[in-house]
Design a binder for this molecule. Structure first.
Ligand SMILES: Nc1ncnc2c1ncn2[C@@H]1O[C@H](COP(=O)(O)OP(=O)(O)OP(=O)(O)O)[C@@H](O)[C@H]1O
Ligand SMILES: CC(=O)N[C@H]1[C@@H]2OC[C@@H](O2)[C@@H](O)[C@@H]1O[C@H](C)C(=O)O
Length: 370
């Protein structure tokens, strides 16, 4: 497929919180954003979630979990408008960039056959093979968003999913792979330890609206220990496995429910605040996407800890639930055009690289990047 102008790309994301699959249309030439299209969501059932979660931390084939991921995507995408190209992230089950690599399940060729549409997938492997972290990959999309927003001074995007990641952008640069245009890295936990606490103690999926944390007080000594973790002493780019900070849920085991939730919520704000020291200059605004922006206690703690405005991306007319899905639609178009999807400033890769594998209906997968 030769891309000369804007195409309709359908991007998908099945994130670390395992709530379900997001899908969103974006019209783009892989450089500028022309417009946003429809989006939709398909939750995983409890049984599906349990099967996928059982695969977390495993590096081998997970046929049952992979089929669940493929089927959920196929059901969701089949009920959406057709597109020219699909960007399929898959589901991350294990991530160890300095060691065993990164492992996303779900086969793009299967989706290409079912949906009769070209699919770009396996976005992270080429980056890891070239010495990168393989994550985060949304930063090249954040760069396009900063241009779309007509930002004229550095801004940051903060994604609060299971893990938190930040992208610092200098929109005065012409291209995202240019030196000094982007700095991106995972900052620490977002909702994963808090969700685990809510599940284990109260059988709830999350601290809805931050109501529990709002009633508690954060434990300063646990937070001090948390910030002493070697992860915070590493220079970016750096990335995290979802469960790297799982021990934090155990560290709060002697606290009341409310104090434990407050401590885990404060840990998110403290680690984002710690991350700011790496930004070349402070961003004018921190634009927040991901489920954590719907937690008012988390947002208040962030505002109290950071020295700049912290605003949900909705204030810029964006959909904070769909940013990651849009990102993988955008990146799919870049891969199809051979444009880079990561660079030293975003993943620590040796040089800018165009990752991804392309599968077309009826054909064997062919690597187009790397
Ligand atoms: N109303 C709400 N109140 C509090 N927390 C919420 C609310 N809505 C969503 N969340 C939190 O956001 C999480 C989902 O966030 P999101 O969908 O951004 O994660 P993800 O995309 O799966 O993760 P990642 O970006 O790490 O892959 C939920 O698990 C929950 O913890
Ligand atoms: C390996 C992996 O799937 N990482 C995810 C995860 O979820 C958030 C954070 O950790 C980020 O590094 C990444 O996802 C986003 C979409 C990214 O690549 O930009």
């Amino acid at each position: 497929m030769k891309i000369t102008g804007p195409v309709r790309a359908l991007g998908t994301m099945s994130g670390t919180s395992l709530d379900g699959v997001d899908a969103a249309i974006i019209v783009t030439n892989g450089v500028t954003i022309e417009s946003f299209g429809a989006s939709d969501y398909r939750p995983y059932s409890d049984t599906e979630r349990d099967v996928i979660r059982a695969g977390f931390g495993q590096w081998g084939d997970l046929p049952e979990a992979a089929e669940i991921v493929e089927t959920a995507h196929a059901q969701l995408l089949n009920r959406m408008e057709p597109s020219d190209l699909i960007g399929f992230h898959g589901q991350t089950v294990a991530h160890d960039p300095g060691g065993r690599g990164t492992h996303q399940i779900g086969d793009g060729q299967v989706l290409a056959e079912i949906l009769q549409t070209p699919v770009i997938w396996d976005f992270r492997s080429a980056d890891v093979q070239l010495g990168g972290q393989g994550a985060p990959l949304a930063p090249f999309y954040h760069f396009a968003l900063a241009k779309w927003m007509k930002a004229d001074a550095p801004v940051a995007f903060l994604n609060l999913g299971g893990v938190a990641n930040i992208t610092w952008i200098d929109p005065r640069c012409a291209r995202p792979e240019q030196d000094g245009a982007l700095l991106a890295f995972d900052t620490g936990p977002a909702n994963a330890p808090l969700n685990d606490l809510m599940q284990n103690r109260l059988g709830q999926d999350c601290d809805r609206e931050g109501a529990l944390a709002a009633r508690g007080s954060a434990d300063e000594s646990i937070l001090r220990d948390f910030l002493a973790d070697p992860f915070f002493y590493r220079m970016p780019p750096k990335s995290l496995d979802r469960d790297y900070f799982a021990h934090l849920s155990r560290a709060v085991s002697d606290l009341s429910d409310a104090d434990a939730a407050a401590t885990l919520t404060a840990a998110v704000a403290m680690s984002v605040s710690d991350a700011m020291q790496h930004c070349p200059i402070p961003p004018a605004t921190v634009w927040v996407a991901g489920g954590g922006r719907k937690n008012p206690t988390m947002m208040q703690m962030l505002s109290a800890t950071l020295d700049m405005p912290v605003r949900p991306v909705e204030d810029a007319n964006l959909d904070g639930d769909m940013l990651e899905a849009q990102a993988f639609g955008y990146l799919a178009v870049r891969v199809a055009r051979g444009l880079p999807t990561s660079c030293p400033g975003t993943t620590g890769v040796r040089a800018a690289v165009s990752g991804g594998t392309k599968s077309v209906p009826g054909k064997l997968a062919q690597v187009v990047g790397g």
